[in-house]
Design a protein around this ligand. Sequence first.
Ligand SMILES: Nc1ncnc2c1ncn2[C@@H]1O[C@H](COP(=O)(O)OP(=O)(O)O)[C@@H](O)[C@H]1O
Ligand SMILES: [Mg+2]
Length: 240
Amino acid sequence: MPDGATVKTTMLEIRDLQAFYGESHVLHGVNIDVRQGEVVTLLGRNGAGKTTTMRSIMGIVGKRNGSIRFQGRELIGMAQHRIPRLGIGYVPEERGIFASLSVDENLMLPPVVKSGGMTVPQIYELFPNLKGRGTTQGTRLSGGEQQMLAIARILRTGADLILLDEPTEGLAPVIIEQIGVAVRKLKQRGFTIVLVEQNFRFAATIADRHYVMEEGHVVDMIPNHQLAQNMDKLHTYLGV
Ligand SMILES: Nc1ncnc2c1ncn2[C@@H]1O[C@H](COP(=O)(O)OP(=O)(O)O)[C@@H](O)[C@H]1O
Ligand SMILES: [Mg+2]
């Protein structure tokens, strides 16, 4: 795991990204940079293209053009199954916890792709809510516990870039707070994190920078320390 505090190289560089689902053209030239060790959010209204941007990185949209470079390697044109093996972990909005499997079984499911991943005891230390729940069936977990497990199982794999799609959606404030604590600890460990959020108050507590998306474009980039003076603009962008 690289030391996120000292390394400032660009890890992910997205240029003029276009994405399509069949005939429908959804992303119209997205540009995003993520430096090693950063936490960056994608903000924007429903349908702005946040999820599609993540799916484009993972190669799971119909078609994509432009450039997505991860640690200097071009992902456009790369076979879908190779992308996670480069060290990119994706936690989709729907979380994908297997109801019929136990917590431990869910945790062990994603294959280890690189050395340097977290150990199971380290993961349980990060998510105390899951500790001692190893034999609990996926179905018996609350929404918050499922979200924690969905993040937890990526951490074993050795991925150093983590994509989280709306990890706080539908969760109670106390659980959102716990997820915030975990994300901050992951940043301290050197993980690089891209986070889709609708809740910019939460985003402000964990992110270095915010990209704002509208109708398949990035329309703004706001450093976290400038969030306060950009509140009016953000309210307009997000319609909140
Ligand atoms: N599987 C799909 N097929 C066709 N259109 C889709 C599909 N998924 C999303 N879209 C459309 O793409 C646009 C962007 O969606 P999405 O990336 O999910 O937005 P966000 O995550 O910002 O809410 C929306 O107009 C949505 O209706
Ligand atoms: Mg979405």
